[in-house]
Design a protein around this ligand. Structure first.
Ligand code: GDP
Ligand code: MG
Length: 163
């Protein structure tokens, strides 16, 4: 049985980049709720010896209206509900933003297994925003770089420990 992993967080933190790194063959999305599922992407994936079923919550950068946050929140809730484990991503270069806090609160309230990763942590610029994420209450942030493949062993260990 693969571990169902939801990759969640605000737009532009690097969710899809990590999803693509972990994913093998993409799976088609077939569902009778197109308005909802269009916003989530699925793939089989692997990290070390862990078989994964990945869920990527889409960015909605193209939808610039006031329903944006509500839609993102609904997507995230659906993904968390489906998943065995959620991986909350934030941008270590930007640091913790108010929108990150909105998502973190949502995750804490669900009370399901969650780990937090500080993405874009490669290089010096990536080190600054790591410590402040403790205040989100999701545990110790794991520094990773989805783009460069750094921190994958630590991510694997944290995933094993969380489920
Ligand atoms: P999403 O909206 O959360 O799915 O974010 P994307 O995966 O689309 O990435 C948003 C931007 O961040 C893109 O320009 C990526 O190239 C960049 N990005 C993603 N991962 C990393 C990383 O590990 N390091 C750096 N420096 N940039 C990254
Ligand atoms: Mg994306």
């Amino acid at each position: 049985m693969p571990l169902k992993l939801a990759i969640v967080g605000r737009p532009n933190v690097g969710k899809s980049t990590l999803f693509n790194r972990l994913a093998g063959k993409k799976l088609a999305i077939v569902d009778d709720q197109p308005g909802v599922t269009r916003d989530r992407r699925y793939a089989d994936g692997r990290l070390g010896d862990l078989d994964l079923q990945l869920i990527d919550t889409a960015g909605f950068e193209d939808v610039a209206d006031e329903s944006l946050e509500a839609r993102m929140r609904a997507q995230t809730e659906l993904a968390i509900e489906e998943a065995d484990l959620s991986l909350f991503i934030y941008d270590a270069r930007e640091g913790v933003t108010p929108l990150d806090e909105v998502f973190a609160t949502l995750l804490r309230r669900r009370g399901k297994p969650v780990i937090i990763a500080a993405n874009k942590a490669e290089g010096k610029a990536g080190q600054s925003g790591i410590g402040e994420a403790y205040k989100l209450g999701l545990g110790e942030p794991i520094p990773i770089s989805g783009e460069h493949g750094e921190g994958m062993a630590e991510l694997y260990a944290a995933m094993l420990a969380a489920v």
